[in-house]
Design a binder for this molecule. Structure first.
Ligand code: CAA
Length: 390
């Protein structure tokens, strides 16, 4: 009998600071409803100068290990599109910070916002070969665009760490998966830039086209019908994008939902993302946590769709079945507190942080202590990044 494999635990982490999109709108003298209604975002997470993708990832991973221990973990897959080194996996720093044993392989995966889904599928494959093994899938990203660019309101930062194993407590990942790849230049970040470049309108079209393609492939692979899903979690560069995608799939499936019906379908999947902003690879798993942690009723046995998109582009659609007892594993209070405890920045402080980039000549550099998270980025020495436990 094939063994059930999927997500056994899911922990999120985000930044020390936040910026209200009302303050951003005020700064540019535009109607705040453009962001709250037009884009569907209220607040964005902003990293402190001593935080990065490694510190957020280590924070989320440490909480997974606190609860589950390290027994059986043989692999850590680190998904990101805001990598800190061209060669070394950010996951190796996390491996040390959280005290994983040497007998864990670590690798970083990249394909824009999609790679955490690839990591999850690869994890399922490893566990199918040996169900005694467990895999950590860690997605961590900071979304940064130029000040004054159209993408600025869609910044954000978060990490999602998942323990993937046999007999999972939260979500069994089903076998059917639909995929779609297309070489497009909708969003990219050349090696010499710290902020992304984007063809905003083109990226929306590319996202819809790719999600539609993945959905049709999913159906061709024998996947479930649209009406068989209790909910669908989409990649959310901004929450309005998820509503566009949901309507697109509903129409492909022969429906014609009103904007209010679409918003009601997705509301629970969008609560965290509205307050965090884009978290690239983590975003669709932030949406999954948001759904499970905000849904009042019992979702046991329900089929949840996951629609993952990474610019450039690759999309994947797959389903999962919510497991009995899942509610005891959720971290709703922990995640609400994490979002709540961020310090709101005024616009001037945000702009200063945005403009602060690391010296590129490798000279010694120390960050000021700002974060209250368990791990911090301490600076650079001899071209090496320094991390410490706070
Ligand atoms: N009240 C209510 N709504 C308003 C409004 C107001 N006062 N003013 C404008 N709006 C609405 C507009 O009608 C529009 O809605 P629709 O899209 O439903 O028509 C929406 O607000 C946005 O307005 P604009 O199109 O004028 O906004 P913009 O040109 O400034 O930028 C954007 C929008 C292109 C998404 C920009 O934020 C951007 O470039 N973001 C980064 C790229 C991105 O996230 N792309 C998503 C797909 S790619 C992807 O998913 C990968 C990834 O993570 C990046």
């Amino acid at each position: 009998k094939p063994v059930a494999i999927g997500i056994h635990d899911l922990a999120l982490a985000t930044s020390q600071h936040s910026l209200s999109l009302t303050d951003l709108a005020d700064h540019y003298g535009i109607d705040p409803a453009k962001f709250s209604v037009g884009i569907g975002q209220d607040v964005m997470s902003v990293l402190a100068g001593d935080e990065d993708i490694v510190t957020m990832a280590a924070d989320a991973t440490a909480r997974i290990l606190e609860r589950n221990g390290t027994d059986g973990i043989r692999t850590l897959l680190f998904a990101t599109e805001s990598g800190i080194d061209q060669s070394k996996s950010a996951g190796v720093y996390v491996h040390k910070l959280v005290g994983l044993p040497a007998t864990v392989r670590v690798v970083e995966l990249k394909q824009a916002c999609y790679s955490a889904t690839a990591a999850l599928q690869f994890a399922v494959g490893l566990i199918a070969r040996d169900p005694s093994q467990k895999v950590l899938v860690v997605a961590s990203d900071v979304a940064r665009y130029d000040l004054g660019s159209s993408g600025e309101s869609t910044q954000g930062a978060a990490a999602a760490a998942m323990l993937v194993q046999a007999d999972p407590a939260i979500l069994e990942v089903e076998n059917a998966a639909g995929v779609f790849t297309d070489d497009v230049m909708d969003f990219w970040r050349p090696n010499y830039r710290s902020t992304a470049l984007v063809d905003g309108k083109g990226s929306i079209k590319a996202y819809l086209n790719a999600i539609g393609g993945a959905w049709e492939d999913y159906r061709a692979q024998g996947g479930a019908a649209f009406e068989d899903f209790a909910a669908i979690c989409y990649h959310q560069p901004f929450t309005k994008m998820a509503t566009k995608a949901h309507r697109h799939l509903a129409v492909l499936a022969g429906g014609n939902p009103t904007p209010a019906e679409v918003a009601a379908d997705l509301d629970e999947t969008m609560r965290y993302n509205r307050l965090i902003g884009n978290s690239y690879t983590a975003s669709v798993y932030v949406a999954l946590a948001s759904l499970l942690e905000h849904h009042d009723g019992d979702l046991t046995g329900a089929r949840i769709g996951l629609a993952s998109y990474g610019s450039g582009s690759v999309a994947e659609f797959f389903g999962g079945v919510v497991q009995p007892g899942y509610r005891e594993r959720l971290r709703g209070a922990e995640h609400a507190a994490m979002i709540e405890r961020r310090t709101p920045l005024d616009h001037t402080a945000y702009e200063v942080l945005h403009k602060t980039t690391l010296p590129e000549d490798g000279r010694e550099y120390r960050t000021a202590r700002e974060t209250t998270a368990p791990f911090r980025f301490a600076g650079m020495q001899a071209h090496q990044r320094l991390y410490e436990t706070a």
